[in-house]
Design a protein around this ligand. Structure first.
Ligand SMILES: Nc1nc2c(ncn2[C@@H]2O[C@H](COP(=O)(O)OP(=O)(O)OP(=O)(O)O)[C@@H](O)[C@H]2O)c(=O)[nH]1
Ligand SMILES: [Mg+2]
Length: 359
């Protein structure tokens, strides 16, 4: 399947998700309507469209109904899980468009909670105020303020009118908002790398840490009869050094490069309206190669989790095998925490640097 930038449209039933997709697509491809929920549960139908030559896929979703919060959340979670950071990049939901009806003038606590959960899972979230034609500027401003206050993250908000309407008095309401949406889609895919790549690297490192710890535990189990605390300590230290200097450096380098390569496929096609920060004909990978040497990656991961003190603290108190096994679990936890706090934010910084390189 062709690699595409995937956007998923979510929100309450009847807010105009399917209408929004039709508006962006320029044709009525999704079923819409009033009265009762329209888009079916678990369907996640999509349209494919090129936006300024960027190949995009936009997914429709089942709308949240009153009293069905838990069911709705589960249905979304099921699909989002299939498309999380560990899956192939072209299967990810890169960005979430959360639709709120500006006409209703309300945003529910549950919706705020859901948006915050998406952000916590490192999705780029944008808010679309649908039915903005039925709302005043002041109402939209008020809604925006609620979101700014309660949603923890940088959220773009765009008012749209999905449908042209003839009013009783003969006046016509035109559609609006599409241009801004297109700009947002254009820009969004880089934002989504910045948000999601560190999470993917984190996931991969965690898997690596788990595998490493398991391996050490197996080794300790097997060498129970030869157990010698001093030797064991020395041996483990050496292994940790290797783990740090080779495995992790390689892993981070590979992940960043692989993902930038995928995005490169997009970039080759894109004119980059409104965002020329990469310069003409420049590729992410080329810029990356210039900016990110192995030394930089090593510097990124030279952080506390591998600090000898951490290691010492864990192993000094150890006598028997059982305690050593326990200590490895403790080490696993500490290391992950340090990676989360020390390594992952630095990867975000590096991505920011890559983008700034040629400004
Ligand atoms: N005035 C106005 N009406 C809109 C707009 N967008 C959608 N509608 C109307 O709102 C109703 C619901 O739209 P849908 O697109 O079916 O809503 P949905 O969010 O997909 O609903 P579910 O599939 O049930 O989750 C339809 O009757 C649309 O005509 C808009 O921007 N302005
Ligand atoms: Mg629908």
């Amino acid at each position: 399947m062709k690699k595409r930038y995937n956007v998923v449209v979510v929100g309450r039933t009847g807010v105009g998700k399917s209408s929004f997709i039709n508006y962006i697509y320029g044709q009525d491809v999704m079923k819409t309507g009033t009265g009762k929920p329209v888009t079916e549960k678990d369907a996640f139908e999509c349209i494919e469209i090129n936006i300024n030559d960027l190949p995009v896929r936009i997914f429709d979703s089942w709308g949240l109904e009153a009293d069905k919060h838990e069911e709705w959340k589960k249905s979304l979670e099921k699909e989002f899980e299939k498309r999380d950071v560990t899956s192939d990049i072209s299967d990810w939901f890169h960005t979430v468009f959360y639709c709120i009806s500006a006409g209703s003038g309300r945003v529910q606590d549950f919706e705020i909670e859901t948006m915050n959960e998406f952000i916590k899972k490192r999705y780029k979230v944008n808010v679309i105020f649908t039915k903005a034609d039925q709302s005043s500027e002041a109402e939209i401003k008020e809604l925006s303020e609620v979101i700014d206050e309660e949603v923890k993250g940088e959220v773009e908000k765009i008012p749209v009118c999905n449908e042209e309407k003839k009013l009783m008095n003969g006046n016509k309401v035109e559609q609006f908002g599409k241009e801004k949406i297109i700009k947002m889609i254009d820009k969004g895919f880089w934002d989504s790398i910045k948000m999601r790549l560190p999470k993917r690297v984190e996931q991969k490192i965690f898997d690596e840490v788990d595998a490493w710890c398991l391996e050490q535990k197996e080794y300790i189990e097997e060498s129970v009869n030869l157990f010698n605390a001093k030797k064991m300590k020395k041996f483990m230290k050496k292994k940790m050094e290797e783990f740090k200097d080779e495995t992790l450096v390689e892993l981070i380098n590979k992940e960043i490069k692989d993902i930038l390569k995928v995005y490169n496929i997009f970039v080759e096609n894109i004119s980059f309206e409104g965002d020329k920060s990469f310069g003409e004909g420049k590729s992410f990978v080329a810029v990356y190669n210039k900016a990110i040497t192995l030394e930089v990656i090593k510097a990124i991961i030279t952080v506390a989790p591998f600090h000898p003190i951490l290691f010492k603290g864990l192993f000094n108190r150890l006598k028997g095998k059982k305690n050593i096994l326990k200590a490895i679990d403790g080490f696993n936890k500490k290391m992950k925490k340090e990676i989360q706090l020390g390594v992952i934010p630095k990867i975000s910084d590096v991505l920011e640097e890559i983008k700034k390189e040629d400004r």
